[in-house]
Ligand binder design. Sequence first.
Ligand code: CA
Length: 509
Amino acid sequence: MSYSKNKSLLIGSVSLLALSAYGQKHPNVIYVFPDQFRNHALGFWNETGFKDKVNFTADPVHTPNLNRFAKESFVLSSAVSNCPLSSPHRGMLLTGMYPDGSGVTLNCNSNRPISSLKEDAIAISDVFNNSGYDCAYIGKLHADFPTPDDPENPGHYVEEAKPVWDTYTPPERRHGFNYWYSYGTFDVHKQPHYWDTKGKRHEIKEWSPKHEADKAIEYLINKDNARDGEKPFFLMVSMNPPHSPYSSLEDCMEEDYNLYKDIPLDQLLIRPNVDLKMRKASDSRFYFASVTGVDREFGRILATLKDLGLDKNTIVIFASDHGETMCSQGTYDPKNSPYAESLNIPFIVRYPDKIKPHVDNLLLSTPDIMPTVLGLCGLNDNIPTSVQGQDFSAVFYRQKIKRPKAALYIQNMDGEKDTDGIVKSYFPSSRGVKTDRYTLAIYIDRDTKKITKTLLFDDKNDPYQLMNLDINQHPKIFKELCKQMAILLKNANDPWFREQILSELIPYK
Ligand code: CA
């Protein structure tokens, strides 16, 4: 089905969709996703009812609100950020398509015009809007190529530094979000800024998650008619912390830092795969402080929802865009790797009385989120055909359906550049799979497209991924994982499938 036909179909059915089959409003949705928040940084994983469902020990974090929320929720232990990097994740989340389909293949900045959310892609917010929802976005977007469109200084970028990372998103690029309070990317956590629905810039002097929770609360209580109270709402809140920098009290709240400041590092970084000698090790105090601060702000949003009596008919989801390695595996890159700390994200869904609390190991991929959230709201029929992910809402309602055997891992790098350093293509540097049992990543050479490195972990017997298994010594496992990978790469119409990369190993046909 073509895009335009699809869109007109959606618009044609608006009046029917605002009400469910029972004549009730479709549920509201709040989707909160802080940046770089790993699944392991959730205290409840060490509690009864949770700890026997995972084979890791949770970080020693204070997350009282999320702990309580998890006990009321359907909690996934194995949700995957398939391309664990800011912009590509956000492109997948918003469109239900893998990075090549969403258009967001690399982290967005002004040197990378090839990486930007496609204007004609149908986003989750387009569907909600066309289904009669009021749609709001608060916080970091980081899915657009920055252009010189500063609303207060037309023809100029919103910042001087090159490459430009931050950007303003004009109304025609907001994909159905009618309420806007957002920015591109900006990492001064206690001096954030935002552009509102009308394009007015707001300079703020407080910790960004606190301010964003305040804005979310204003939206919920409908201050200044922020939303159409007759409609159900879809609210996305994208908090930047615990994203780096996390190195001083400029980055987090002191009350949260005080919880961690005197704890020895070997009691904070408890994963057996960490290198405590890394200069980043003491940053863990600020990282975990940011986690605790986010927990508090999330709790304030939940409390408002309850005060307003909206909690029963609101689906609340807590997730993240990718994880944080924080001295695991000896890497200084917090993300963009297949390691569990980077790949595994929180995914917690609360829908009181409708979805029973449960812990489940569903291998949810990022492109599955859009169709699954629409499915949870009874909007299955409105899932666009452009979506590559699957609707797994039935799993949350405890119905038996076919479950995914594997999730794709994707890493892209800059490809060719022109003489000005402008990126003209992207290089699909690594692909892999995550299954219940294993993690595999295959890295290739830019020119020859031959294997340069492989990572293969037995996540069941080696949950901290301490032993990289040699693929030549485990040919049966490798072959089966390549088979799973072929199916996923084909479904994603990935460049590895299109170019038949390593076809002697990956059975695309
Ligand atoms: Ca990110």
